[in-house]
Every structure is written in structure tokens, then in C-alpha cells.
Design a protein around this ligand. Structure first.
Ligand SMILES: [Zn+2]
Length: 277
């Protein structure tokens, strides 16, 4: 296996992997989607009754949305996750009681009229646990409405709920090969119609400019009247792309997925070894 053109920039990653079969890249895709863990809000406690501000003004602890919808929206907010430090509650030394190694607590205290955003979540503890995407709207509060919420985030995996899935748009395509034959009349219909601007006209000739943008849609082949363009793909070479929601860096997600696959296959190998003994 060979990895080339690895570009990892914060939340985005793209690279070319060759010398592998589709089953391997699909296993990596599935590990990135279902097995890389992240923190997400799993328990929300709503204050009931009236809420008073510093001046003694009373607010109804109510919002225009059902509590279940608010809890769901809170659960989908990306929570900063340090995979070096955090562990699953069931594996933690606190035996699932909740401690800084497995749990992050947030409070939210807003009084209307206002819009409540993800950035209004206040971490109980270290300020680096503050939500990075601060402008995700949760709800609006009108005059006399208020929300006082305590939310608990724990580590989970995407296979259990989408709120614990840190990666998005995880996918791969076979690596494209575009050949432009001698029959090309340089009418440039392909240049105009390519939805990803892969081809350009340079010095009276059609040339491939951004090969890795090609999605193998073959629009260029359809519009080429001279039949000069051929689009093929390499069977054992793939262009792999994914991004994260910001809860963890793309690099950490990729390293975790590779380690997870390695450990899973080691376990399988050991089990098979034991059967032979
Ligand atoms: Zn713990």
C-alpha cells in the first residue's frame, strides 16, 4: 500500500491510496464513519418553574420548542474531543459515575428575548472545552421566556447514534485516467461542459488541468463529437476524501481509524491462531 498527496488541513483530508483493493478502502471509510469516537451531549436536564434575573424579574422556564427537540439539537453540536485524554464511561476508572476523563458538563442560562446559540453553552471546568462553532442556532426566546439547562456530554461512536459521528462526506473514487487522442478537434465543448473544470484549452489544445477533480461522470466523452476523449479508472488506486465536524482534527480521526482497523484485525488473527492450537 502506498499513500501519496496527503493533504490534511484542520478539518479536511484528501489523499491518494494505491496498491489496495476496494474492500480495504471501504473498511477505512466505515471505520471513519462508525468507529472513531467523539463527545456528544447525551443527557439534558431542564430547570422547571420560574427563573429570576439579578433585578428580581421573573421568567417562565419555557421555550417555543418541545424539550425533546431542544435536547436533540444540543446533542448534534460538535463538542471538542481530545482522544488522548477522554475514555468511554464504561471503561473509565470512575466506573461510569462521571469524571473529567469521561464526561463534560455544560450549563446554558439565557433569558428572552434572544436567540440561543451553541456558543451559549458554558463548560463547567476548563475553558478549552468551550464549543468552537458558536453560531449554531438552538431556539429563539420571546419576552418572559428563559432556559436554564444542564447538559452532559459523553464519548460514543457513530455506529450507535449519528451525534457521535465526527466525520462527514467520507468517500472515495477510483483514480481517473483521461486520455485525449489525436482525433481531437479542440472545439472545447468538453471544457465548457465539465462540471468540475478538469479540462482547459491551452495553446489550441485540450489538456487535463485538475485530474483529481474528475468524478468519472464522462460528460466530456458524451459531448465530444470527434470521439477523442477516453475516461478510465485505475482498479487499485483511489482518491480518498473526508472532513470532520470540528470536534476532532482530520489527522486524529485518520490515525484513530487506522489504529482501530489494525487492532481489530490483530484480534481476529489471534482468535484464529488460538483455534489452530
Ligand atoms: Zn470517568
Amino acid at each position: 500500500m502506498k499513500i501519496e498527496d496527503l493533504k490534511i488541513d484542520g478539518n479536511e483530508a484528501r489523499f491518494v491510496v494505491s496498491g489496495v483493493d476496494p474492500a480495504f478502502v471501504n473498511a477505512l471509510r466505515r471505520a471513519l464513519v462508525a468507529d472513531v469516537p467523539k463527545m456528544a451531549i447525551d443527557d439534558v436536564e431542564f430547570h422547571l418553574g420560574t427563573i429570576s434575573d439579578e433585578d428580581g424579574k421573573s421568567f417562565e422556564s419555557t421555550a417555543p420548542l418541545f424539550d425533546e427537540i431542544l435536547a436533540h439539537r444540543l446533542s448534534m453540536i460538535p463538542i471538542p474531543t481530545d482522544l488522548q485524554v477522554l475514555t468511554f464511561r464504561k471503561d473509565c476508572s470512575c466506573k461510569g459515575e462521571g469524571c473529567p476523563n469521561c464526561t463534560i458538563m455544560y450549563s446554558l442560562n439565557k433569558k428572552g428575548p434572544c436567540t440561543v446559540y451553541s456558543g451559549d453553552l458554558e463548560p463547567l471546568g476548563d475553558d478549552k472545552l468551550r464549543v468552537k462553532d458558536t453560531l449554531i442556532p438552538i431556539t429563539k426566546l420571546t419576552e418572559n421566556e428563559a432556559l436554564l439547562i444542564y447538559a452532559t456530554a459523553v464519548l460514543g461512536r457513530g455506529r450507535d447514534h449519528a451525534k457521535w459521528q465526527p466525520t462527514h462526506a467520507v468517500g472515495y473514487t477510483n483514480y481517473p485516467v483521461i486520455t485525449i487522442g489525436k482525433k481531437c478537434d479542440a472545439s472545447a465543448a468538453c471544457v465548457k461542459r465539465c462540471p468540475r473544470n478538469v479540462l482547459v484549452k491551452k495553446e489550441g489544445k485540450i489538456v487535463v488541468d485538475k485530474l483529481e477533480e474528475c468524478t468519472l461522470c464522462k460528460t466530456c466523452v458524451e459531448v465530444c463529437e470527434s470521439g477523442a476523449i477516453k475516461v478510465d479508472s485505475v482498479d487499485d488506486k483511489f482518491l480518498f476524501r473526508f472532513e470532520t465536524d470540528g470536534s476532532i482534527d482530520a489527522k486524529d480521526a485518520l490515525l484513530y481509524a487506522l489504529k482501530y482497523l489494525d487492532e481489530s484485525f490483530s484480534e481476529l488473527r489471534d482468535s484464529v491462531g488460538e483455534m489452530e492450537e
